[in-house]
Design a protein around this ligand. Structure first.
Ligand code: CA
Length: 223
């Protein structure tokens, strides 16, 4: 899952980026509305976290322009403006949630999870495929009764596969959803991660679930 943070305060932005990355998300950061518009036009974000007081535009106007450009994912406002009027305005311009600063990071994470769940997995907090189960809240993966320990990146990669079962996924689309803007497209890092993930989810004589499609990429399917 890939998140865009729009925040002009450097310290706050760094804190958010680190925290969300530790939780397993790929995170890009924009310090102005202009750079946010550019990034959101170029990348498929699963969630956008928006500050309201930005140097070149208000977050309200930015939310409107991002929506007008076709972004349909969740928007969460994170602002020091805490009056009911501000919150109503934020929700009215197309935000899905509003959290006031100062906030607890755990609460922010829980809200981001809830938004992503509502938008991408209406079936609840667990994704299932064959005998594989991925718990988005506990961030745990099981195959049958066997618990599988994954790194944050592997988890994110598997989550993307689980959301796109039986669909051929190109390296480009995997990079766009699981990595951030600093991804080097010449590297073989995706193949390396897919191979590690494959070994972890199919050990011994367990059925292989992630398959290579030559010339295309990868697919999560049963045969
Ligand atoms: Ca600000």
């Amino acid at each position: 899952m890939r998140i865009l943070i729009v925040e002009d305060e450097k310290k706050m932005a760094g804190f958010l980026k680190r925290g969300l990355e530790e939780a397993g998300y790929s995170v890009d950061h924009a310090a102005s509305a202009a750079s946010a518009e550019m990034l959101s036009g170029e990348n498929p974000y699963d969630c956008i976290v928006l500050d309201i007081m930005l140097p070149d535009k208000t977050g309200y106007d930015l939310a409107l322009s991002i929506r007008a450009e076709g972004y349909k994912g969740p928007i969460l406002f994170l602002s020091a403006l805490s009056s009911t009027k501000d919150k109503i305005r934020g929700l009215d311009v197309g935000a899905d949630d509003y959290l006031t600063k100062p906030f607890s990071f755990d609460e922010l994470l829980a809200r981001v999870r809830a938004l992503l769940r509502r938008h991408s997995s209406p079936q609840g907090s667990k994704l299932r495929f064959h005998d594989l189960e991925l718990d988005l809240v506990k961030r745990k993966v099981k195959r049958g009764e066997r618990e599988i320990a994954l790194t944050a990146k592997e988890f994110s990669l598997l989550e993307y596969f689980m959301h796109n079962q039986n669909k051929a996924l190109s390296r480009t689309s995997i990079a766009e959803h699981v990595w951030d803007v600093h991804f080097d497209s010449d590297s073989n890092v995706i193949d390396v991660y897919v191979n590690m993930l494959r070994k972890k989810i199919s050990s011994g004589d367990e059925k292989k679930l992630i398959h290579t499609i030559v010339g295309v990429g990868y697919v999560l399917r049963e045969d």
